[in-house]
Design a protein around this ligand. Sequence first.
Ligand SMILES: [Zn+2]
Length: 482
Amino acid sequence: MTASHTTAPTARTLFAADALLPTGWARNVLLSWDENGRLTEVLTDVDSQSGEAGEAEGAIRAAGPVIPGMPNLHSHAFQRAFGGLTEFRGQAQDSFWSWRKLMYGFANRMTPEALEAIATWLYLEMLEAGYTSVCEFHYVHHDLGGKPYADDATLSLALLRAAQKTGIAMTLLPVLYQTSGFGGKPPREDQARFIRSTDSMLSLLQRLAPATHAQNAVLGLAPHSLRAVPPDSLQAAVAGLHAMLPQAPVHIHIAEQTQEVDDCLAWSGQRPVQWLMSHAPVDARWCLIHATHMTPEEYASAAKSGAVAGICPSTEANLGDGIFDMPLWLQHGGRWGVGSDSHATVNAAEELLMLEYSQRLNLRQRNVLGGGMQPQVATAMTLQAVAGGAQASGRVTPGAGPAGLAVGLQADFVVLDAEHVALAGLPADSAHAGHVFASHRTSAIADVWVNGRQRVSRGRHNSHETAKHAFIQARSRLLRSA
Ligand SMILES: [Zn+2]
C-alpha cells in the first residue's frame, strides 16, 4: 500500500458523521482548528449538506467514526529493538530481573544514530496504532563508556528529532538515576550510562528547555524509582524542576515488582507508594507508573493526590508484574492512562483490551470498566485514558476542563476505518468496540491527525518504508555488536 495524502494541507475543518466527544458519542460533528492546530469549534448536529446552515461545506469528510488521539504515557524507545528476543525460558523461573539483564545488554550498545532510527520507527508505529503523543521516559544519557557526550543532551536531542520527523507530540522526561537499590546502594557497572548528579540533571533540563519549547514538546522529569533515587535527590530534583517549569510533569516507576515492595519495607518500614505519599509533594502533576502492588490504603491515598496511574497492560503482562485493581482505583476517583512501555505491543486499542481482560480474568466478570454514564466499555475506557493521559503528558491543566476533542485543545484525533470488516455496518459505539475488542490485532485505523496535521493516511504514515528499513538496519547492527 502506498501513502496518499488526499487532503489539502491547509484544510482546517473536518466533518464526522460520528465523533467521540468528552461527553460521549455525538452525531454530525464539525471540528475546526486554527493555524496552530488548536480546536476553535466543536459543533454537533450540523447540517451535513450545504444549504442554509451549510456549516460542513468545504470540510474534509471523515471516512469513519472519529475518536480522540490516545496519549501514550510511558515509553522507553530503545526497548523496541529487542522485541521478540526475550521470549525464551533461560532459567528455572524467569522474571523481570532476568529480562532486565538482557535489556541492559541492549541499552549498553545503543548509539545516538541507532536510537534515532529506532525511535523514529517506533513513533511512526505509535501514530499508525492510534497514539498521538508520547511520554518518553529517557534514561540512557551517556556514551558507550558511561561518560557524558560532548553535548550532554545528545541522546535527548535524538529522541526529539525522531518525534519531530514523525509528527507525534512529545513529552520528554529525562530520567534521574543514581543508585542500584534502596539506602544509597552504589550503581552497578552496567548502569553507568544512566547515572547523573541532581545538579547535572537540572543543567540538562536547562539545556533542553528551548529545544522542547521550539517543537511544542513538553519537558518534565522522571526520578526513575525509589530504588534509584535517594530521598534528598528526589526532593531537590523535583523542587529544581518546578522552580524552572511550575506545571512540568513528574513520572516515577513505583511498586511494579513485589521484590521492590519488600526491599522498600526493609529500608524504610513503609511500602513504596506509602513512602512516596508521606515524603514527596505528590499532586496532579505526578504520574505513578505501574503502581501494581498497593494496599487498599495506598489506592485511596494515591487516588486522592490527583496523580495519574500510568498503567502499561501489555508490558505488565509480558513481565509478569501483576494486575492493577481498576475497580478499586475508580471507586476512589483515580485517574489513569496507558503506556506501551517496553513496546512488546504498540497498539492503543490493544492496551485497553488487555486492561479490561485482566480485570475480567481476575474477577470472573464481564464488562468491568463500563458503567455509569458510559456502559460501552471501549467508550468509557477511551475517554478516561485520554483524559488521564493528557494530564500525565502535561498537555492539559488538571481540573481546568475536558480532554480530547474540546475547544482550546490540540486537534489530535483518529479516524476509524468504517470499511474494516470488524466495523463495517455497525453503529459508531459498536464499531469502536469492534476496533478495541474484535479487530484481531489488525489496524482498524484509517487516518491520524496530530495538532491539526494529517500524519497517517489510509493506515500508513508517509515515511513508513524508509523508517522501517532504517530500524531493521539499526537493529541488525546492534545484534552484530553483541
Ligand atoms: Zn518503564
